[in-house]
Design a protein around this ligand. Structure first.
Ligand SMILES: C[S@@+](CC[C@H](N)C(=O)[O-])C[C@H]1O[C@@H](n2cnc3c(N)ncnc32)[C@H](O)[C@@H]1O
Length: 407
């Protein structure tokens, strides 16, 4: 039994001002049965659990404790009532006949184990935190983000990323981080270091335009620039959403249009072209628009790469890489990487310094590559033209962008 550990654990948890922890108890006492009352009853368990966890979660802006139990065949979870104190939740699980406790918190880990023998005693050990990424974001951490609930309340609320109290909605934490990561990539663009009087931006396949709304807000309201934003999408519902949201937020220099990317006429006055997760060859259409419009910068996170994959043939690729085409999963990833690497080189052949970088953490999606390209007079584009020709000869395949811009 681990009653002795209770006070220490509760003190430990209390020293973490945000009450964030995961407490796991395991190793059932030999032959002991979990009493009917307590966890068994609370979770209505059909059989004895071999492990129980208590974990803090952020639910509609409030820290709550979630109780889970693992039986041989199933996993049961319940969020405890908000008026149940942390102490009583910890007491509840430590009353169960288990011998080992593992507490994880942002401050560190604590292991307690009841050593049963001639002299029964409690062994404890502390270590640095084993879990590095804690889901909930505290107000202090949030202030380090370019846009956060403190400086961008209206925008984040309109996009349902925070609730009316200013707390980040639990399942929008990844979107919040993605937006800020996107802005930090954008902030490194040369065009934003020395912006023109009016910055012209197009978002191709804008969807609900979370990222370009954030860009607009950051540049206009927080940096005082003038920006004209055009979003285009082939889905009328998202265009209606964007138009309503822009009106609600008073983002007057935005236009959202229903249509296909390849229907937008090229212009010679484009500063930034964005294409985030535009499907398959829609990314090529967007890159071609950027190149044709002489965009100063292009930020594109490609998605759903089917085009090259469908055309890759084992018989016509170099023998040394044929093994990668045997299984669907390796073939798909190889085709994705080939597509984006060739897109990068095609951009370089058009005078862009282009690079592939990580956009979103791979834990959220494997489609996490971003193409960042900036018009740069110094790029030896003739060398790249030759390089792209050689690549096409080698692979007997090329992304649709090659057809669109190389002829
Ligand atoms: C996966 S969503 C991404 C939305 C948004 N850019 C984001 O990152 O959240 C892709 C969007 O591209 C749009 N789309 C796909 N092909 C398109 C095309 N050829 N022209 C215009 N929009 C397109 C879809 O309707 C969809 O809204």
């Amino acid at each position: 039994m681990l009653i002795e550990a209770t006070q220490r654990l509760v003190n430990c948890i209390k020293t973490d001002e945000h009450l964030r922890f995961i407490l796991t108890i395991s190793e059932q006492d030999h032959g002991a049965k979990i009493p009917e009352a307590g966890v068994l009853q609370l979770l209505n368990l059909p059989e004895q659990p071999h492990k129980i966890t208590l974990k803090t979660i952020l639910l509609r802006g409030e820290f709550r404790i979630q109780l889970s139990a693992y039986t041989q065949t199933q996993h049961f979870t319940k969020t405890l009532p908000s008026d149940m104190s942390c102490e009583s939740a910890v007491d509840l699980v430590l009353n169960e006949p288990f011998r080992q406790v593992h507490l994880q918190s942002p401050n560190g880990d604590l292991y307690c184990r009841n050593i049963v023998g001639k002299d029964t005693y409690l062994s404890t050990k502390s270590t640095p935190p084993s879990k590095k990424q804690w889901e909930s974001l505290t107000h202090d951490e949030q202030k380090n983000y370019i846009i956060n609930p403190q400086n961008s309340h209206d925008l984040l609320e309109a996009l349902a990323i925070i609730d009316s109290k200013g707390n980040i909605v639990q399942n929008m934490q990844a979107k919040f981080k993605q937006i800020n990561h996107f802005l930090s990539i954008a902030s490194s663009l040369e065009i934003l270091k020395n912006p023109p009087e009016v910055l012209k931006v197009i978002d191709c396949g804008c969807g609900k335009a979370y990222l370009s709304f954030a860009l607009y807000h950051w540049l206009t309201n927080l940096r005082g620039l003038t920006i004209e934003l055009l979003g285009i999408d082939s889905n009328q519902h998202v265009i209606s959403f964007c138009t309503r949201t822009a009106r609600k937020l008073g983002y007057t220099s935005t236009t959202f249009t229903y249509g296909l990317i390849n229907s937008i006429p090229q212009t010679n006055e484009l500063d930034i072209l964005i294409a985030l997760h535009a499907c398959d060859t829609a990314t090529d259409d967007a890159l071609a628009l950027g190149i044709g419009s002489n965009a100063k910068a292009i930020l594109s996170a490609p998605c759903c790469h089917h085009y090259v994959n469908e055309r890759l043939k084992p018989a016509t690729v170099p023998e040394s890489v044929r093994l990668l085409l045997s299984d669907g999963i390796t073939r798909e990833r190889f085709a994705d990487m080939l597509t984006d690497s060739m897109r990068r080189d095609i951009l370089a052949s058009k005078g862009y310094s282009a690079q592939l970088m990580e956009f979103i953490s791979p834990e959220h999606t494997l489609k996490n590559i971003m193409i960042k390209a900036e018009k740069n007079q110094d790029v030896p584009f003739a060398d790249y033209e030759q390089k792209v020709r050689e690549e096409i000869e080698t692979w007997h395949v090329a992304p649709k962008l090659a057809e669109l811009v190389l002829g």
